[in-house]
Write a protein that binds this ligand. Sequence first.
Ligand code: FNR
Length: 193
Amino acid sequence: DPIRILVFSASLRKDSLNTKLAKLAIKVIEKNGGKVDFASMSEFDCPSFNQDLEVNDFHPAGAIAFRQRILESDAFIIASPEYNGSMPGILKNSIDWVSRFRPQPFNERHALLMSASPSMGGGNHGLWSLRTPLVKLGTDVFSAMFSLATAHTAFTAEGTIADETLTKRFESNIVAFMQLVEAAKHYPSMKKA
Ligand code: FNR
């Protein structure tokens, strides 16, 4: 069976650079024999987290959808904007909601993080903040992350990355991640006890 990867962008913006990057990741995954489940952040968006809402085992629709899509895939890829040096609040809010299910859905999953930003940092600092809750929740976050700097001028009209070296780095990052996910599927002993 081909590995199946959930891909989504954590931006709700129509012309999102991160959604462009997520769509490019889809092409790379499919080119390398993987299956893709593309989601929109709007599907996973949740009301502001409040423990008082958690009566009668309540979970918002966005969290139910997010959990289901995580569990249906072997791994997930998030392309996330950086807001003020951190991840967007909407993404952290959805992660907090999903973390309330038992069994806890992020545990023993595989994730690859990427970002795009008009800045020189490419939104990489935001990914370090995103690693924290995911690692805390037991997700195996791939060590290499991809951040696209000056992303507003980095794409071609066809949605590819104009720079050849960056294109190669982007593809090899995803392929290396896919190889790890594939290996973990065949050697479940790689998983934590
Ligand atoms: C930003 N942006 C930004 N960029 C960055 O590299 N570092 C940062 O700390 C911030 N901070 C920040 C805060 C807020 C509130 C906004 C709205 C934006 C710029 C951001 O990278 C840019 O708007 C991207 O285009 C957002 O990603 P999408 O929506 O294009 O995917």
